[in-house]
Design a protein around this ligand. Structure first.
Ligand code: FAD
Ligand code: NAP
Ligand code: SF4
Length: 676
């Protein structure tokens, strides 16, 4: 039974006339990679069913193409033939066991299609795709409109409650709508009336094919955030035409994929773009959905209570926690596993053609494979280390019925997350720690903080199993002068808050080197001050320019002189996340950080850091040298325990330090907990 008083606006039903949505939550479209896997639709059905059971009002599936040319990738999913219907019925039947509606998203990729058969309004290649699209003939355009309509009819047969027509993020319909790609001189190009014709005719054709009692969501690009994007007046003209053509709901689209403005990464302030939906509310009368970086029920409630929209779309938050809505309704928002906006297991996977999941919830998209059955044999388990690996293991193992005691030498849980959360733009890491603190209470885990555990203690205590989640120690370097007082480790900076001078060299340009550079360079207020953040990324909230971009933005630049160094000769930051690395690089570039590859470290002395680049010696005159040169496993307890025949397991950094991240630490912990 839902408690609508907890979040009255979020949990209020939405009457669409011919059908009613249980609440104001829309699970936004996410491609998971299961769409193309063998037997993937059985797993997809379980994935969506879990979210429906968790109380989502309306689900929109990952994008599916209405025809061959519109596929995102050569073997991308298509809904265009009668024999495609049956597998979709698995999804709709699973979702309709609950009071949840589901729409399939129809997405024609246009020039974003990653294959040689891509088409678009004009023959204009995107900088983020190697394939140049062919210009569509009028016959092809009309054929595509028919394909959208046929696909929708198939969706109806498959039991979907509606479709979402993808008109934003720089896909085909958006390409037609903007002069950035649309250079046509026929009735499909030129004026906004011509450029939006594809959107309008598609909606009309779809409506005609499926009748009045079928949800049509149109995802409208309200902010293109690219040069050659639409003006606000053009966006409004299009919204009104979309409404008149028969759409039931308009969903907000923010930014083309090729835009150089971050739109969903963790450093984007929460609910950063709802103001644009609010502005549109004055122009149309059908329900509007707002979106981007809304990740807690409190934020969602505020957005709705302030009248910014009629519904809130959250995509990744439902990967992170399938029960988001039910927990909100039960007033247990502290128990929600919050999406931290890292993209590491979701978008980064999808862009590498891997199955999506979630860093904080490794069960996402593995609902039928990673399960936690009640144990027939309750064990007494010691977990050493309350970092992400130890925490995740303890929660899952105790949920299975084991008795878990978790030790950490620190006086708080979280391990390295306590250093990560200090970095501007990584404040969401606090939420993961809040979640785990709550789970420790809910699952009756015995937590022993400020306890340095020795192998002898463990041997004497007689635990059935010992799990070493002791993490890592920073790598020590063998450079002449490394003991000079100006040398610091990243822990001295992020944990001990030791003062750092105005001129700094950072040794090592991995994730932590970038984070330390950002910590030293970036203006902290940018993650909380929305106006300042918008200006810093060149977004024109007044919408005076097409695409809402400021022509000559005035970026924040640090007063520090910072050098970020690596030995490799590849581009600095090349190993960062697929969808977020460019943001980290751009942040440092804007701050004037010098990123230098191909460095050999010679010596630290009173003047600074002596390096060698291309055989030329150079001294960087710096006040501090900060070492961020990777890490080594901390497993000093392991061998003694093995020798004493204790049943011992290594997880997270204690297991393998190379290329360690929290995604791997948490998944490995969950997999051990499922089987121990
Ligand atoms: P740890 O987090 O290192 O935890 C180990 C714990 O064991 C510690 O709390 C320690 O006190 C305790 N311990 C060790 N020995 C003992 C003992 N004998 N007795 C008691 N307690 C003991 N990863 C990402 O995926 N994404 C990011 O964006 C990201 N950003 C980061 C930013 C920074 C600045 C840093 C430092 C790390 C970042 N990481 C990030 C890495 C991530 O935090 C680690 O991969 C993760 O914390 C590893 O988890 P773990 O549980 O294996 O080890
Ligand atoms: P890392 O990513 O492995 O980077 C280590 C850096 O140190 C590299 O730049 C490496 O470059 C350099 N290095 C390695 N050995 C060295 C040596 N002997 N002397 C000098 N330089 C050396 O490790 P990290 O930065 O410590 O990060 C640890 C983990 O945390 C990473 O695996 C990462 O996934 C995770 N993390 C992720 C994020 C994120 O945003 N996703 C952020 C922070 C951390 P060269 O060898 O070229 O010099
Ligand atoms: Fe959110 Fe990161 Fe999980 Fe993606 S992987 S859903 S961004 S927490």
């Amino acid at each position: 039974m839902s408690n609508t008083s907890a979040y009255p606006h979020l949990l209020a039903p939405l009457d669409l006339g011919f059908t009613t949505l249980a609440n104001r939550t829309l699970m936004g479209s996410m491609h998971t990679g299961l769409e193309e896997e063998k037997n993937g639709f059985d797993k997809l059905a379980a994935f969506y069913e879990a979210r429906a059971k968790g109380g989502v009002g309306l689900i929109v599936t990952g994008g599916i193409s209405p025809n061959m040319r519109g596929r995102l990738a050569p073997f991308g999913c298509e809904l265009s033939k009668p024999w495609h219907v049956n597998k979709h019925k698995k999804i709709t039947a699973a979702v309709h066991k609950y009071d949840t509606k589901i729409c399939v998203q129809l997405l024609h990729a246009g020039r974003y299609a990653y294959h040689p058969f891509s088409v678009s309004a004009s023959k204009v290649k995107s900088a983020i795709n190697p394939f140049t699209p062919a210009e569509m003939s009028v016959r092809q355009i009309k054929g595509t409109i028919k394909d959208f309509a046929s696909s929708t009819r198939l969706a109806q047969k498959a039991g979907y409650d509606g479709v979402e027509i993808m008109g934003s993020e720089g896909y085909l319909i958006n390409q037609f709508a903007c002069t950035r790609v649309n250079k046509r001189t026929d009735e499909w190009g030129g004026s906004i009336e011509n450029r939006m014709r594809l959107a309008v005719e598609t909606i009309k054709a779809v409506r005609e094919r499926v009748g009045e009692k079928f949800i049509i969501i149109f995802r409208l690009s309200m902010l293109d955030l690219v040069e050659g994007g639409n003006t606000w007046e053009e966006v409004v003209t299009m919204a009104k035409a979309v409404e008149a053509a028969g759409a039931t709901i308009i969903n907000t689209g923010i930014g083309w994929h090729e835009a150089r403005v971050p739109t969903i990464a963790t450093s984007v302030p929460r609910a950063a773009f709802t103001w644009i939906t609010e502005r549109m509310k004055k122009e149309v009368s059908i329900p509007l959905v707002t979106t981007n970086r809304i990740n807690t029920p409190e934020v969602a409630e505020d957005v709705l209570a302030n009248g910014h929209a009629d519904m809130v779309s959250m995509a990744r938050p439902f990967l992170a926690d399938a029960d988001f809505v039910n927990k909100s309704a039960a007033n247990k928002s502290n128990a929600i596993n919050t999406c931290i906006g890292c993209n590491q297991a979701c978008l980064d996977h999808v862009f590498k053609q891997q199955r999506a999941s979630c860093l904080v919830n490794p069960v996402a998209c593995y609902e039928t494979e990673l399960t936690f059955e009640k144990t027939p044999t309750k064990k007494n388990i010691a977990v050493i280390g309350a970092g992400p690996a130890g925490l995740a293991f303890s929660v899952y193992a105790s949920q299975r019925g084991h008795k878990v005691t978790m030790f950490d030498r620190a006086d708080e849980i979280g391990g390295q997350f306590n250093f990560a959360k200090q970095v501007p733009g990584k404040e969401e890491f606090y939420e993961t720690l809040r979640y785990f603190n709550e789970q420790i209470k809910l699952n009756d885990i015995s937590l022993q903080l400020s306890q340095e555990v020795s192998a002898d203690d463990l041997i004497k205590s007689g635990f059935d199993e010992v799990v070493l989640a002791t993490g890592i120690v920073p790598r020590q370097l063998d450079i002449k002068g490394i003991e000079h007082p100006k040398v610091k480790s990243y822990l001295n900076v992020l944990r001990d808050k030791q003062p750092v001078g105005q001129k700094v060299a950072i040794v090592g340009a991995g994730g932590i080197g970038f984070d330390v550079a950002c910590f030293l360079a970036e203006d902290e207020s940018l993650s909380t001050d929305l106006e300042a953040w918008m200006k810093n990324w060149g977004v024109d909230k007044d919408y005076n320019e097409p695409g809402a971009l400021i022509t000559n933005p005035d970026f924040h630049k640090t007063e520090r002189e910072i050098y970020l160094l690596q030995r490799k000769t590849t581009k600095v930051g090349a190993g960062l996340g697929k969808t977020t690395g460019w943001i980290h690089r751009a942040t440092l570039q804007k701050n004037g950080v010098n990123m230098i590859p191909g460095v050999t470290y010679k010596e630290v002395n009173d003047t600074g850091l002596v390096i060698d680049i291309d055989g030329k010696e150079k001294t960087l005159e710096v006040d501090n040298v900060i070492i961020c040169a990777g890490q080594q496993s901390e497993r000093s307890l392991h061998q003694t325990l093995v020798d004493a025949n204790v049943s011992v397991h290594l997880i997270g950094g204690a297991n393998v330090a190379a290329e360690l991240d929290a995604k791997r630490a948490i998944r490995q912990a969950a997999e051990l907990a499922a089987t121990i």
